[in-house]
Design a protein around this ligand. Structure first.
Ligand SMILES: [Zn+2]
Length: 473
């Protein structure tokens, strides 16, 4: 069975066929690091995390890039978001970017969202950006006005093809007169001459200035992926004008079409049916939500709605998700208690395998996670029923345990025991082991790891972000 994926460009579910057989190049627009991260981000990036986990599981090799915007993302007032924040907090803009990037990484980890393979920063790719702008000018798609460079939308025939907004409509609805240098209000800045207060500035053939927001993403994507790649993702509000601009820039610069094969967008998030916004004062931060509900319940709640549909945050739905998540935990406990107490003849393994197949079918159908989850919970019900009636074999239970963990992994919904629950003796050993690792004594580190496993039944795993633990079973 092949995976089908909804492509915003064609408005259809299409068979998923990467350009190079099983290799997938995925670019997801990253965050502008100027503020604390909110629940909308949790929704978007949880979905792409599930997508990557699932594709990898199905034998694809995914290379996942998420860029970091640390300059050039302007407010409606024309002010750079990071610079404004730096002024307000009386800090250096790069300090601000680092501070909020660190916060972002911490929140993603708390949400159990895996790190992308690469997180390139705009300020570290000015060379690639100016090169792309030069190519766009050379190919006749941009003009220079007072040291700034603008993309000429009228020169790019396909402008509007993703969001299905045609240039005339664009013109009619546009706000005019904000920038006197632009010949059309929908032309967008590729390079902006820096006013004196703009401290992030670089030399360029046009002026001392800084890049526009849209061009950062395409310069970075083309640098690492080449002129064409498989999937570009982001939240739906980025489709216009941001992604429209990305297509125009990349295709104008490289001459290769299409820039991206599949455009994937996640739906909006509302808070009690209201749009989340600073002016309403209903911004919900990830940090508060993780504290309140835990990552597993949040991710279960997110996956319970189709990724393309709007999702509404309300406490009732989260209560439901939390209870369902706890049910997964108690089922796994019950399985553990009963393994070894059953017979040898398989009783419900075939039924379980069938549900598992249906789960995968749902996932392959444009990541229909609500349907996949309903299959997952049918498995939970099946297992509980059989344990309750005493009708199970040991291999039934072993299979149940494996399948629940395997499927739960895509959404990270299997409840974890908290670190604080580790006994002090284990924590002391972990500290000793970390110290040994730090000085390169890996022999001792391994010895301690084995000791922890044998004496306390705790498995320690090293990751690039430190250690993780789980109970051995
Ligand atoms: Zn982007």
């Amino acid at each position: 069975m092949t995976i089908r994926l909804f492509n915003t460009m064609t408005k259809k579910k299409e068979a998923f066929k990467p350009l190079k057989s099983k290799q997938v190049k995925l670019f997801v627009c990253g965050v502008t690091v100027y503020d604390y991260t909110h629940l909308g981000h949790a929704r978007t990036y949880s979905f792409y995390d599930t997508l990557v986990r699932f594709l990898n599981h199905q034998g694809y090799k995914v290379k996942y890039i998420q860029n970091v915007t640390d300059v050039g993302h302007l407010l409606d007032t024309g002010e750079d978001r990071i610079l404004k924040k730096a002024r307000e907090e009386k800090k250096n803009p790069l300090e601000i970017a680092q501070l909020y990037l660190n916060h972002w990484m911490e929140m993603m980890e708390k949400m159990k969202i895996d790190k992308p393979d690469l997180m390139p920063r705009a300020t570290e790719h000015i060379k690639e950006i100016t090169k792309q702008i030069s190519d766009i000018i050379k190919n006749g798609y941009a003009y220079i006005a007072n040291g700034s460079v603008y993309f000429d939308v009228s020169k790019f025939k396909g402008y509007g093809k993703l969001s299905k907004k045609i240039p005339n409509e664009l013109k009619a609805g546009a706000r005019v007169g904000i920038n006197v240098d632009k010949t059309d209000p929908h032309d967008f800045a590729l390079w902006i001459q820096a006013p004196p207060e703009h401290v992030l500035r670089w030399e360029s053939p046009w002026s001392v200035g800084y890049p526009g927001w849209h061009v950062e993403d395409t310069a970075i994507a083309v640098r690492y992926f080449g002129p064409q790649y498989d999937v570009h993702g982001g939240a739906i509000e980025l489709a216009f004008p941001h992604h429209e601009a990305e297509i125009a820039q990349a295709e104008a610069a490289t001459g290769k079409k299409p820039y991206v094969k599949y455009w994937v967008h996640t739906g909006l998030l509302t808070i009690n049916k209201q749009k989340m916004s600073k002016s309403v004062g209903n911004i919900v931060m990830i940090s508060d939500m993780v504290e309140k509900w835990g990552p597993e319940a949040l991710r279960l709640w997110i996956a319970s709605t189709n990724y393309r549909k709007p999702i509404d945050y309300n406490e009732n739905d989260l209560e439901v998700a939390k209870k369902r998540m706890e049910r997964i935990g108690s089922t796994l406990e019950r399985i553990k208690e009963n393994i070894g107490k059953g017979g040898s003849k398989r009783i419900f393994s075939a039924k379980l395998e069938k549900l598992k197949k249906e789960f995968f079918k749902a996932m392959e159908d444009d990541f229909n996670t609500p349907l996949a989850l309903s299959k997952f919970f049918e498995i939970i019900t099946l297992v509980n029923k059989h344990i309750y009636n005493g009708k199970f074999s040991n291999s039934d239970l072993k299979l149940s345990q494996d399948v629940i963990k395997e499927l739960g992994e895509f959404f990270q919904i299997i409840p974890e025991k908290k670190k604080a629950q580790l006994p002090k003796a284990v924590l002391d050993l972990i500290r000793k082991r970390e110290a040994a690792r730090k000085i390169g004594n890996f022999e001792l580190a391994d010895k301690i790891r084995n000791e922890i496993r044998e004496k306390y039944g705790v498995v320690i795993e090293d990751t690039k972000d430190g250690f993780r633990w789980k109970s051995a079973d």
